[in-house]
Design a protein around this ligand. Structure first.
Ligand SMILES: Nc1ncnc2c1ncn2[C@@H]1O[C@H](COP(=O)(O)OP(=O)(O)OP(=O)(O)O)[C@@H](O)[C@H]1O
Length: 254
């Protein structure tokens, strides 16, 4: 049977920079899969290729065996692929709940323009979407902030809010780009617990994260990237003891 996600020979260059070079890996349904590597290794570019932000120069991406390379993010969202961003993409002039409802909305509407136009009516009336969004806020630990304005939430809360919005798409696959970036150790632990709960709820998780403690604790498998290439792939134990990985990280620190 095909894996949920199968990436092969994926490449993308920007001018002369080979950001992603012939990268391949498979993610089976139900696991937590992490992509790690030093700064500039190509992790975010890889996410952007798979989630339709960029079109690959070469290679293939299959979701349940079906090719999805070059498909726009809205189409991927309807096929159950959701993501969060390294830099927050929260609308500060909306309430926290409305931000989550926008996610649900994309799931319902084929046309993002129509989704945007329909939004005022949903703000007024669609109870079921509001209720589901409130449930998701509760799930991510923001139950007390359902009526709060987005700009009154702390940075750590906004990171959780982004996860709730991605979950509103009812994804089977969620890409989390540095969910712990900028968080203190306690907040990081909380987000790690949340990711475990997301995974337990049946959503397959692909994670880019620099916090190694979190990655090692959560991941079923890990892909290590360096200079745009896949350096190695394996379990936390395998990756941790790989001399090439240690060298790549020591090189990055030097
Ligand atoms: N839109 C772009 N235009 C030009 N160059 C880019 C673009 N996006 C990424 N790059 C380059 O591609 C390489 C890979 O960058 P990428 O952001 O994917 O790495 P990363 O592993 O996510 O890094 P970090 O851990 O710092 O977020 C870098 O050399 C970067 O400068």
């Amino acid at each position: 049977m095909a894996s949920l996600l199968e990436v092969s020979n994926l490449s993308k260059s920007f001018g002369g920079v080979h950001a992603v070079q012939s990268v391949g890996f498979k993610v089976d349904a139900g696991i937590v899969y992490s992509v790690i590597g030093p700064n500039g290794a190509g992790k975010t570019t890889l996410f952007n290729l798979i989630t339709g932000v960029y079109t690959p120069d070469a290679g293939s991406i299959r979701l349940n065996g079906e090719p999805i390379e070059g498909k726009p993010p809205t189409m991927l969202a309807r096929r159950g692929v959701a993501r969060t961003f390294q830099n927050l993409q929260v609308c500060m002039n909306m309430s926290a709940l409305e931000n989550v409802m926008v996610g649900a909305h994309l799931h319902l509407d084929r046309n993002p323009l129509k989704a945007a136009l329909r939004f005022p009516s949903i703000r007024r009336g669609d109870q079921s979407i509001a209720e589901r969004a409130a449930e998701l806020m509760d799930f991510v630990g923001l139950g007390k902030f359902v009526n709060a304005h987005a700009d009154s939430l702390s940075y750590g809360m906004l990171k959780r809010l982004e996860i709730a919005r991605a979950l509103a798409l009812k994804p089977r696959l969620i890409f989390l780009d540095e969910p712990a970036a900028g968080l203190n150790p306690k907040e990081t632990e909380g987000v790690a617990e949340l990711i475990r709960e997301v995974s337990n709820s049946g959503v397959t998780v692909v994670l880019v994260e620099h916090d190694m403690k979190m990655v090692m604790k959560l991941s079923d498998r890990i892909l290590v990237m360096d200079y745009g290439k896949a350096l190695t792939e394996g379990t936390a134990e395998e990756v941790r003891n790989n001399p090439q990985v240690i060298a790549a990280y020591l090189g990055a620190q030097a």
